[in-house]
Design a binder for this molecule. Structure first.
Ligand code: ATP
Ligand code: MG
Length: 397
């Protein structure tokens, strides 16, 4: 590129925690991250070119603002900027920086230039920042420099592959790339908690599949539809990938609890244990290594420490409960932020819930009830009629 050319726009991607790994692990994770970025952009119709020098990924394509918006939903990424790429000289950086500042700053305004140099020759970072800052200061009347609490920040980076200038960082979710930590099955309900649990597992790099138990006439009339809506919304967080949901018809389980006069107060614990059994059977079939739930300590009667232990005892597959220590308000705040919170809730009531559920169900009583129920036979019945719902990029396919 020569100095007379128009600066080229490029999307700069920063990843956080991946950079802390040893080199082979980091390159492995960056490979997965690049695959995920490619997939997200391809399915959105963008054909792009990539560069991945140490510490950054650069994406070149038409409509860089749109590209940056898509990338900002990808796990493993800390933030994204649309940059001007110029020659890696102080003069070229200065010219691009002044042009950017003139178009974005309205005086009076406190501003700061943050410069960073990867190369060791020439000006150091501080000198480069001062050099660019003084020219901006002269070019726009009414500015003041404030390095501690600026209203406008401009970033200039000198790297081996070029010079980069930008003034906005779009926050991305952080975490680890989708698919870098294996597959989990998330028990997804129509509620607020389990979608947040699913999101948190995705954020830590798990490839998530959803599992919903459709209680039929025992579930509120809007439960199934709302659970599918949760599934659809969560698919926006693994752009380009198919998000699978398995729906299992568990009406026979509730019917039988009634027919065989199972103690009503044990229903919630029995129900959750049955869900774990279904999930555990499907884990083997679908290659998942753990089960994930939105359970929380003390939120409802079935979620006492004693009950959680009896519930988890239904399977040897690890059960992950990322929300175990969250306050409801914290979960709701996160649900709003990730877009799974629904203001309008329909009929989501479970018809099987007793007025006084057991808060410390005895393991022995639970196992006796399961024998009476014939859980193994029920498991075979419900697993014989599962259906799949696939979502991609916020659309049910
Ligand atoms: P949530 O906890 O997701 O807000 P909820 O409050 O309706 O939903 P709970 O009774 O708290 O459900 O259930 C605890 C956990 O059990 C849920 O977080 C979810 O992981 C799982 N779960 C509950 N109902 C279902 C269902 N119908 N299908 C699949 N998983 C479910
Ligand atoms: Mg709950």
């Amino acid at each position: 590129m020569n100095g007379c050319q128009e600066p080229e726009k490029v999307v700069m991607v920063r990843y956080g925690e991946l950079f802390l790994k040893s080199d082979p692990v980091m390159y492995h994770f960056i490979g997965i991250l690049l695959r995920n970025i490619r997939k997200a952009l391809e399915t959105a119709g963008h054909s792009c070119r990539f560069e991945s020098p140490r510490g950054r990924i650069f994406v070149y394509g038409e409509k860089p603002e749109e590209i940056a918006g898509i990338i900002a939903r990808i796990f493993g990424i800390v933030d994204v900027s649309v940059c001007m790429r110029v020659e890696a000289t102080p003069e070229a950086l200065r010219d691009a920086a002044v042009a950017l500042a003139i178009s974005h700053v309205f005086a009076p305004c406190r501003f700061a230039v943050r410069a960073k140099r990867q190369t060791k020759t020439g000006m150091n970072s501080q000198q480069l920042g001062e050099f660019i800052g003084s020219v901006i200061y002269d070019a726009i009347p009414g500015l003041s420099v404030d390095l501690t609490n600026p209203e406008y920040e401009l970033f200039a980076e000198v790297r081996d592959c070029g010079g980069f200038v930008y003034d906005a960082r779009i926050p991305a979710p952080g975490g680890l790339p989708w698919g870098s930590q294996g597959r989990v099955f998330c028990l997804l309900s129509s509620g607020i908690d389990s979608p947040v649990a699913s999101w948190l597992a995705m954020k830590r790099g798990c490839e998530v599949s959803h599992l919903h138990m459709d209680g039929g006439r025992w579930a509120g009339s809007d439960v199934l539809e709302t659970a599918i809506e949760n599934h659809r919304r969560l698919s926006l967080w693994c752009p380009g990938f198919d998000l699978q949901m398995i729906i299992v018809d568990t009406e026979p389980f509730y019917d039988r609890m009634q027919e065989r006069h199972i103690p009503v107060r044990l229903r919630c614990v029995l129900c959750k244990r049955f869900m774990l059994r279904v999930a555990a059977s499907l884990c083997g079939r679908e290659g998942a290594q753990a089960i994930l739930t939105g359970e929380n300590l003390g939120q409802v009667a079935s979620q006492t420490l004693a009950n959680l232990a009896v519930i988890a005892d239904a399977t040897t597959v690890p059960v992950l409960r990322p929300l175990i220590t969250y306050d409801k308000a914290e979960t709701i705040t996160l649900a709003r932020k990730i877009g799974t919170f629904m203001e309008k809730q329909g009929d989501l009531a479970c018809q099987a819930v007793p007025r006084m559920p057991a808060t410390a169900a005895a393991g022995l009583a639970v196992r006796e009830s399961e024998e009476k129920l014939g859980v193994d036979e029920l498991l075979a019945i419900v697993l014989s009629q599962v259906r799949y719902v696939t979502a991609r990029n916020g659309t049910i396919l």
